[in-house]
Design a binder for this molecule. Structure first.
Ligand code: M6R
Length: 612
């Protein structure tokens, strides 16, 4: 994880780096630091957020036109001032920021200690900068050449940027498995974990590839080489990212903004892909490979966290509508359990960030076995998007709140559309049902707006259960994964322990937990299992649990049974998760705010998990 940003140009580096770090804080926020070249190498760092770093730099902003900054999510060494980045070489001339993990840091550290190096921190990063220093001194090499040779000795993942006090106009960056974007402005250059710190200044970027090293010199321009010393001339891309998309836009939190954006973002994920009146749905990336999908013996979806919940719903969708055997795998398990993968399989990788290390590793594994890999990704140009054979972007726009909301509904929109198209093309659903589903898909943004209009009612319920220590989420069929997602949303931002279960499984264990203090959120919109859900609610009520039911509009029976109910519009069952998740997002948000939690940056988490 971690966010890194670097600037070389004519402007003051400090404000650009600080602003850039604030944009990258979603990647980690347990400590922050900055180095700026100003004759000397001025380095400040501390435990805490970027705002804490600003407070540490008491004498006002640092001056200098070349600098690097870092916001950390700890891997090696607890979050404290010493372990914060940047880290300096032994002689204090070099300063490094790093996102990733140096796996062989222990033997490297031992070898360096044998040569007399002394380390101040517990980090793998400090080992790396001492290694570069050692290689540089040994053969009197340039910084870029020393970096290239040092990286040949390194096992692990890295996006790094290094400053050299003796070369004040130059920075060197390199990447492997962690992202690094190079921005080309007017007489100025940027390096960062994503494009957000540079979008104010340029829309021209190069996404560096693994094992590429970039040298940026204010006077001489830039040069990219591979670790094998081959010169590369990558294409400069133009990105379409607007600064407003990175701001809260009047909302108190990014999460709230993103919840409220969903009518628009769901519509964006369908734009140009569906026309119910004309009776067609299409996804460009899928059309190009339709035979792979139609002849797939099996679809395997792989993802992590909330994306994994979207994948679970896709299992229900693909099997129900298209009758294609489908499996869902946690990317981290898939990666390490020696799975059976054949060239007839279609592997679908889901990731909002497109950078999740476990998902990327799963993609690479499946690719090595000859399977066809389809990506469903939000972040355009991200590593997973570039590694898959084909795919569909979800077009949700930047998601900055750590808790995923709009990306989830956009992933679901694309997956639902895929299942409808495949079901129809395989002759598994009738023309009438196909057209009905397309029409109902088109109505989803309006129906989501209707649910958002009930936010005050949901906020009231949040107030009634805000002090709970535990919560249970129950759902059946299509809405079982929504129960999992509701529980994840609550626990990650409010720190209330919550579990999601298939409603019928409750009686096999979790029922023992239910008492008068336990809120039980039941997604009770299923038409196919309405009676069964009613029985589950009775079972909870009999144990005095507090029932919060998400019901279909007009469901008087459950409304009268539940302590609290939230009505959502009627919709075809396969589409119901798209609506049912919205009240659960709002509920978690308000509970977290009422408990005084940091909604956008929950403790111990980061938006993009780029370590395995
Ligand atoms: O970027 P990705 O979709 O690959 O991220 C996967 C998970 O890390 C992510 O969904 C995480 O679980 C969120 N914090 C959930 O809100």
């Amino acid at each position: 994880m971690c966010g890194i940003v670097a600037y070389v140009g004519e402007k003051e580096a400090y404000p650009i780096i600080i602003e850039g770090l604030k944009r990258l804080e979603y990647r980690g926020y347990d400590s922050a630091g900055i180095s700026v070249i100003n004759g000397d190498l001025a380095t400040f760092k501390c435990k805490g957020k970027v705002s804490d770093l600003e407070a540490v730099i008491l004498d006002g902003p640092l001056h200098g036109n070349v600098g690097i900054g870092h916001t950390r999510w700890a891997t090696h060494g607890v979050p404290n001032d010493v372990n914060a980045h940047p880290h300096l070489s032994g002689d204090g001339n070099l300063s490094i920021i790093h996102n990733g993990i140096i796996e062989n840091y222990a033997p490297l550290k031992q070898a360096l200690e044998n040569l007399g190096h002394v380390f101040k921190s517990d980090t793998d990063t400090e080992v790396l900068i001492h290694l570069i220093e050692e290689v540089k001194k040994e053969d009197n090499l340039s910084l870029e050449e020393a970096t290239r040779r040092a990286l040949q000795k390194v096992v692990g993942a890295y996006a790094i940027v290094i400053l050299d006090k003796e070369n004040p106009h130059k920075i060197v960056g390199a990447k492997k498995s962690s992202p690094l974007v190079f921005g080309i402005g007017d007489g100025e250059y940027f390096l960062a974990s994503d494009a957000s710190p540079m979008v104010k200044y340029t829309d021209k970027v190069i996404y560096l590839k693994d094992e590429e090293i970039i040298t940026i010199d204010l006077n001489e321009g830039y040069e990219i080489r591979t670790i094998e010393n081959e010169i590369k001339k990558p294409k400069v891309l133009q990105i379409d990212l607007k600064i407003e998309e990175l701001e809260k836009g009047g909302y108190e939190h990014f999460m709230l903004k993103e919840i409220y954006q969903q009518p628009i973002t769901i519509a964006e994920s369908m734009r140009g892909r569906i026309n119910a009146a004309e009776g067609w749905g299409k996804l460009g990336g899928m059309e190009l490979h339709m035979n792979r999908f139609l002849n797939a013996k099996r679809i395997v979806l792989t993802a992590c966290g909330t994306s994994w919940h979207a994948a679970m719903i896709a299992e229900y969708l693909f099997e129900d509508l298209a009758r294609i055997p489908t499996e869902v795998e946690y990317a981290s398990e898939f990666r390490y359990r020696n799975p059976i993968i054949s060239p007839d399989d279609v592997i679908i990788a889901l990731s909002q960030s497109g950078e999740t290390a476990d998902t990327l590793a799963a993609v690479k594994l499946a690719k090595s076995k000859g399977a066809f890999i389809y990506g469903i990704v939000n972040n355009v140009g991200s590593t997973i998007a570039r590694t898959t054979d084909s795919g569909s972007y979800i077009h949700a726009g930047p998601e900055i709140g750590v808790a995923s909301t709009k990306a989830f509904t956009s992933q679901l929109t694309v997956l639902t559309l895929m299942a409808i198209i495949l079901g129809y093309q395989k002759g598994k659903i009738s023309e009438d049902y196909y057209r009905q589903l397309l029409a109902e898909m088109e109505s989803v943004p309006t129906l989501v707006s209707k649910i958002l209009a009930k936010a005050d009612q949901i906020k009231y319920i949040a107030g009634e259960v805000r002090n709970a220590s535990n919560a249970l989420y129950l759902g059946r069929g299509y809405n079982f994964p929504i129960a999992l997602e509701g529980a994840l949303k609550l626990k990650e931002i409010s720190y209330i322990h919550a579990e999601g279960y298939p409603a019928a499984e409750m009686k096999h264990g979790p029922i023992a937990l239910i008492d008068m203090y336990m809120p039980v959120v039941i997604i009770a919109t299923n038409k196919s299992a309405h009676e069964k859900i009613i029985s589950n609610i009775q079972e909870v009520k009999a144990r005095k649990g507090i029932v919060i039911a998400v019901i279909t509009e007009g469901d008087q029976t459950i409304k009268e049974m539940a302590d609290f109910s939230i009505e959502i519009p009627n919709i075809a069952e396969p589409l119901s998760p798209l609506l049912a998740v919205i009240p659960l997002q709002i509920l978690s948000y308000h509970i977290a705010v009422m408990r005084g939690c940091h909604v956008d940056q929950p403790r111990n988490l980061a938006k993009s998990v780029t370590v395995e």
